[in-house]
Ligand binder design. Structure first.
Ligand SMILES: Nc1ncnc2c1ncn2[C@@H]1O[C@H](COP(=O)(O)OP(=O)(O)OP(=O)(O)O)[C@@H](O)[C@H]1O
Ligand SMILES: [Mg+2]
Length: 395
């Protein structure tokens, strides 16, 4: 047994540093986002020049246009500059898809500064108050990024945003300690909300455009230099990948193809990435459903999704819920987890639908009685099944 592992580990690889292609890696240099970085610097200048003021910004742009990378890159730099000026500025980045409720978002912030505060037992209002006290007591300023803000707005409306913006407003001339960066794919959600919260947020909007093929080429080649040994990938292959991803203008998709192509080359013991590896990588990856969306799902949701993909692998457009439930129970046994009851099963389904992974509709004629039909609008069932199996591997 140990030989298998040893052999595997001693096999040559074309990766010099695979982590440079991981989902969470934020590059120090973001080509084609220099102007946006300058814009952010100008907006937040006042925090450094007159601490006690706050700012709000919205960053929008399609999938993979660099919204998250831009905010994180800016955050890490501004914190260093602030500390040189002896301003106690912190950058906190929270993903609202992952943190499912206002309560958990606030808890995360409070825990950053005071890990000994119990995770349960406080209401949202109490947590806001605790946060305010900590910031005042320790003379802390924060820039809080609410990434994938659409999820929070759709789930709970604008209450949390409202409270955060108002937090320091009650006292006259109060020191403002909280600035906000909201990230979302589109501004469409704002149209239904015309409150003062939204209009104050909309004063600064940074809109990121999709990347062109040429831009993706630069991004890919910079990253390839960090991730692969010299000579394992040529410009021609980089161009080929950039062209594939340029349809969406999505840097994540481009980088995922690069990573996957590298893995395929390794698995075939090749010393460089070949066009055929890229074509294979492309067919294995789906641009719409993101790897981190699937990765961040709780185990129960993953197992349900595995069941749904299995129910749909056989050239079927729809699965009934009873079918999905039956296969879900079997999958639960496979992974040794307790299948959840009816109500929770429906909650999971509704969560997966909110995240845009599955779609549901009520059956028309043809099936006895009314039932809910589940489908996968964006991703082939076989790819989804494979992704989920990989993710569940370690469970
Ligand atoms: N200008 C750039 N230079 C280098 N890498 C980039 C650039 N823009 C994006 N990336 C990389 O591409 C990937 C996707 O970027 P990011 O996660 O910031 O996209 P996003 O706009 O937040 O997408 P989503 O809406 O799906 O959350 C990340 O790995 C990021 O590091
Ligand atoms: Mg993002």
């Amino acid at each position: 047994m140990s030989n298998i592992i040893e052999d595997e580990l001693s096999r040559p690889t074309i990766f010099k540093d695979e982590s440079k292609l991981s989902i969470d890696y934020v590059p120090e240099h973001l080509p084609y986002r220099e102007n946006e970085l300058k814009q952010l610097a100008n907006i937040f200048r006042v925090l450094l020049e007159k601490p006690g003021n706050s700012q709000k910004v919205i960053i929008t742009g399609n999938v993979g246009t660099g919204k998250t990378a831009l905010a994180k890159n800016f955050g890490s730099q501004i914190v260093i500059i602030a500390s040189k000026r002896e301003i106690n500025l912190h950058y906190i980045h929270i993903n609202c898809r992952r943190e499912r409720a206002s309560f958990t978002i606030l808890n995360r912030i409070v825990q950053t500064f005071n890990p000994s505060i119990p995770r349960r037992g406080f209401s949202t209002e109490e947590l806001l108050q605790i946060m305010k006290e900590i910031l005042e007591e320790k003379d802390i300023h924060i820039i809080l990024t609410l990434d994938e803000l659409d999820f929070l707005l759709r789930r709970e409306g604008e209450d949390l945003l409202y409270s955060l913006i108002r937090l320091f407003d009650e006292q006259l001339n109060a020191v403002q300690r909280l600035s906000l960066i909201g990230i979302m794919r589109s501004e469409a959600l704002f149209r239904g909300m015309d409150s003062s919260t939204i209009s104050s947020l909309q004063q600064n909007i940074i809109r990121l455009k999709e990347y062109s093929a040429n831009q993706l080429e630069t991004i890919l080649s910079e990253r390839a230099k960090e991730a692969f040994y010299v000579g394992t990938i040529t410009n021609q292959e980089i161009t080929f990948m950039a062209e594939i991803a340029a349809k969406q203008g999505d840097a994540r998709y481009a980088l995922e193809i690069l990573w996957r192509a590298g893995k395929i080359a390794d698995s075939q013991n090749k010393t460089r990435i070949l066009p055929e590896h890229i074509r294979k990588a492309k067919s294995d990856i789906h641009p719409v459903i993101r790897k981190d969306t699937l990765r961040d799902l709780p185990v129960q949701h993953k197992v349900l999704l595995l069941a749904i993909s299995r129910a749909l692998t056989t050239e079927r457009s729809y699965a009934t819920t009873s079918e999905a439930k039956r296969i879900y129970r079997i999958a639960c046994e496979e992974y040794n987890i307790r299948p959840r009851r009816h109500t929770q099963f429906w909650e999971y389904l509704s969560e997966l639908e909110k995240q845009g992974i599955i779609a549901t509709k009520i059956s028309g004629v043809g099936i006895k009685g009314k039932t809910t039909l589940i489908s996968l609008p964006d991703i082939p069932a076989s790819i989804l099944e494979q992704e989920i199996l990989n993710l569940l591997g370690g469970v």
